[in-house]
Ligand binder design. Structure first.
Ligand code: CU
Length: 148
């Protein structure tokens, strides 16, 4: 009787040890799943770097705009530099207009979501558009998505 009791206790202890081993293994597996998931997320967000190439670099001066004024349809962001001697800004006729940029200054400006077509960029400061601060912005077909 005593013998069988201690035996069953030993069996129980062995079972418990086995259970602990299984839990430790399971948490190790769970941990490596998390590590892999984080690595995949880091990689895929790194692939997002293509966004920064959507940025159009524009140079403003008296009186005009210079830059490769073309972008694929979608969100169009600009890096706008003022190389002139006066304040300037940039915007789309009937659309958003940037804040004034001081001589030597630089800003990032988001024109928003633009569809395919040709838009007119202009400087909104009195007389500047008439003096030549206008330029066409050409929005081309959207770029095919990477998984297409
Ligand atoms: Cu201007």
């Amino acid at each position: 009787m005593v013998n069988s009791q201690s035996k069953s206790r030993r069996v129980q202890r062995a079972k418990q040890r086995d259970r602990m081993r299984r839990i430790r293994l399971a948490s190790l597996v769970a941990l490596s799943v998390v590590v892999v998931a984080v690595a995949v997320m880091a990689l895929s967000s790194g692939g997002d770097g293509g966004d920064s190439s959507d940025k159009i670099d524009v140079d403003m001066f008296e009186f005009g705009f210079e830059g490769d004024l073309t972008a694929p349809a979608g969100e169009v962001r600009m890096s706008v530099k003022n190389s002139g001697q006066l304040n300037h800004n940039i915007g789309i006729r009937g659309g958003p207009i940037s804040p004034d940029v001081r001589p030597g200054g630089q800003i990032s400006f988001n024109l928003g979501d633009l569809g395919t077509g040709t838009y007119e960029l202009y400087c909104d400061i009195l007389g500047h558009a008439d003096a030549g601060m206008v330029a066409p912005l050409v929005i081309t077909e959207p770029e095919p998505s990477p998984d297409a």
